[in-house]
Design a protein. Structure first.
Length: 151
């Protein structure tokens, strides 16, 4: 028996991420695949050498709560677009983490038998910013499976 496909949807809850979520849902419906939604919050670590500040625990807790609430809303939004039959066929789950997405992406892909990674493309349309000022290069290098960028 074939392993069911899983789509990894990377989100930061922006409009472009919402478009990526809609595309992930369309692919899931047409390919009988599940969706794993992932969001990562980034906390600023203390560095005596560089003088960077550390995110206070309260700030991290607030970001974590906001991430969880937003993941739940996105999950309900996507489930709400499914027919009753498809709700029973397509699992939509979410996971949150901390730190750069690229540190966990290969783990997520391996642990969840990810078929494809979907994420929103960078807002700035210029080539240097599109490629270098985002997570896209790192995700491309470390995801280990196809990557779909949604404008």
């Amino acid at each position: 028996m074939a392993i069911k496909k899983t789509i990894l949807l990377l989100t930061d809850f922006t409009k472009r991420a919402e478009r990526a979520a809609d595309m992930a849902l369309e692919l899931a419906i047409n390919n009988n695949a599940d969706i794993l939604i992932y969001n990562s919050i980034v906390s600023i670590e203390a560095s005596v050498i560089t003088g960077e500040r550390r995110s206070p625990d309260k700030e991290i807790a607030e970001m974590d709560l906001k991430s969880e609430e937003s993941l739940n809303r996105l999950t309900q939004y996507l489930k709400g677009k499914l027919s009753i039959v498809k709700r029973n066929e397509i699992a939509i789950i979410c996971k949150k983490g901390t730190g750069p997405v690229v540190e966990t992406i290969s783990e997520l892909v391996a642990e969840n038998a990810i078929w494809i990674v979907i994420m929103g493309n960078h807002v700035d349309k210029t080539i240097p910013n599109l490629y270098f000022d985002s997570n896209i290069p790192s995700v491309m290098n470390y995801c280990g499976c196809p990557l779909l960028l949604v404008p």
